[in-house]
Design a protein around this ligand. Sequence first.
Ligand code: BES
Ligand code: ZN
Length: 613
Amino acid sequence: MAALSQDDPCSFSRPDECKVTEIHLNLEVDFSSRKLLGYVDLSVQRVKDGVPNLILDTRDIAIQKILDADNSQELKFTLGENTESFGSKLEVQLPVLASKSNKIRVHYETSPQCSALQWLRPEQTAGKRHPYLFSQCQAIHARSMVPCQDTPGVKVPYTAKVTAPREITILMSAVRLNPQAHPSDNSKLVHQFEQKVPIPTYLIAIVGGDLESKTIGPRSRVWTEKEMLEEAAYEFSETENMIKIAEDLMGPYIWGQYDLLVLPPSFPYGGMENPCLTFVTPTLLAGDKSLADVVAHEISHSWTGNLVTNKNWEHFWLNEGHTVFVERKITGRLHSGQSLSHFMALGRAKDLNETIEVVLKNGPYTRLIPDLKGVDPDDAFSIVPYEKGFTLLFYLETLLGGSAVFEKFLKAYIEKFKQQSIDSDQWKDFLYSYFTDKREVLDGVEWDKWFYDQGMPPVIPIYDDSLAVPCRELCQKWSSAGEKELEQFNPSDLKSFSSVQVREFLAQLLEQPPLSNTKIQKMEELYKLNAVRNSEVRFRWLRLSIKAQWKDAIPRVLAFVNEQGRMKFVRPLYRDLYSWEESRPIAIENFTKHRSEMHNTTATMLAKDLKLS
Ligand code: BES
Ligand code: ZN
C-alpha cells in the first residue's frame, strides 16, 4: 500500500506538502438514488515548493472530472484502489505554472453505500411521510461524502449550497443563511450554510428530513420531527445553563448558535458534537432530564475537540478525556456538589474495567495512545480514551492542588491551542510550562505508563461514593441472599433511588456472578424493571436478564436492539446473546434479518462482533 502521511496514520493526505485551506460544497440531495451529487471547491496552498500533486482521501466516491476552478481546464488525476481501512487515495495533478495557491473543482457523486450517510425511507421515520438523511463523519467517514484531506490535523472553514426537495429541511454543522429559490425547479430549495471557524473534516455534518424546531434558549433550538419536539424541548431545557458554566470554565462560546438535533433511533452514538448543531440519539428522551449529561458532554466539545483538536486519532483522548472531565464539572456545578459527578465517574470506572479486562483483554487498544498504523479508528473505538483520559486529568488535578488551580490551567490550555490540532506531547509540554513551580510533582507522574501501558490506569483515584453506598448495599443483599431468603426484599427497596442510582445498582449486579432464574424473576416481580423506559436502566436490566439465562428476556432484548441502534447498547447486548448458546442463533438470525435497515457502521461492527466477517 502507498505510504501514508507521517502525521496521520489514517489518512493518505500530505498537508505538510500541500494543504486545503477552504471548502465550498455545492450538492444536491437525491433521495431516489441515495446520492449526493455535485461538486466541491477546494482552495489549496502549496506548503513545499515544487509539489506537483494534491493528495486527497476518498471512499466509494465516483469522480466525474476535476477542473482548475480559475480557468476551467481539466486536471489529470488518479484514483488508487480501495483499501478496506482507509478508502482510496486520490492524486490530483496541480497546474504547473500556477502560484502558491489554486482552487480546484471536483465534480463527483457519493455512492448509496457511502459510510458517512444513512438514508431512511419514510416508513423508518416517526412521521412516516418523508424520507430522511443524516451523516456521521467522525472518525474517518467524511472521505465517503467529500473528497478531502480527511485528517483532524487540517482545519478549514466551509460554506455550502445544498439543493433538496422543498418539503425537506436541510441543516448542517454551520450557521444557516436564508435559502434561495431554485433557478429552474420550483419543487426544490437551495439551502445555504457558512462555517467561518476552521474545523476538521470530521465535523462536517448534514441532515435532511421533515424537521421542526423549538427555541430552548437565547442561542439554542432543538430540531426534530414534530412527534418528538415537545418532549425534546423539555428534556434539554438545561442547555443554556450548561453553556454558561462551560463558558465560565473555558472562555467564550465562539460558534454563535448551539442547536440540538434529535435523530431517528438508528443514530449509532449517544451524541456527536457537530459545530452549531449537536446530534443526539432519541434514547436520551427519558422524560426526566436524567440523561442530559450527554448534552453537557457535547457542549464541552465546543472547546475541547472543536477548538483544540486531536492531531490524529491516536491522540483521541485529548478530545474525549478533556471533554468527559469538563462534562463532569458541568454536572457538578449544575447540581451544586461533587457527589453526583464523582458518582458518575465511579460508575464509568466500572465500565472501564469491564472494557479493559473482558472486552479488550488488556490488549493494544487499552493504551491511552494506541498505535493506529493500518487500523480503522472505528475498530479501536472504546471508552478507554474517555475514562483513562478522565482518570489522568482527575489524578493530575488532585496532585497539582485541586480544582481552582487546575481549572485555570484548563482555560489557559484552550487559550493556548484554540483553532489548532495538537498531540499528547504538546499537551504535556504545555502542562510543564504552565506548572513550572511544580516540576518535581510532575516528574513523579509515570508518564510512560499513563501514555503507553496496556491495561488499567496506573493510579485509580478515590471518589466520593456517598451516592453509591445504597446501590452497593442493595446489590450485596441480592447477591448474598439464598433462594429461600427473598422475602426480605420488597418494592420499596428502590423507592429512595434516583434513576442513576437504579442504573448503578444494576451495574453493580452485573459485576457479580449471574443471578439465578428464581432471583431475577423475583426482582422483576418486585421492582417491575421490564416496564422502565429509561434506556440506561433498560440496557443494564436486559444484560442482567440474559446473563441470568432468563429465556423470557430474549424477545425483550431483540425488541430493544431492533428499535434503536445506539452502539453502546446494541453491541454489548448482541455480545451477551452471542455468548449464550441458547440465544446465539437467534442473535445471528435477528441481525441478518435487520442488517439492511441498520446504520452502516453499526452493521459493520456487529458483523465483526458476531464473527460474520
Ligand atoms: N465524539 C463522540 C462520538 C464519536 C466518537 C463518534 C468517535 C464517532 C467516533 C461524542 O462526543 C461522544 O463521546 N459521545 C458519547 C457520549 C458521552 C457522554 C460519552 C456517546 O456517544 O455515547
Ligand atoms: Zn465526546
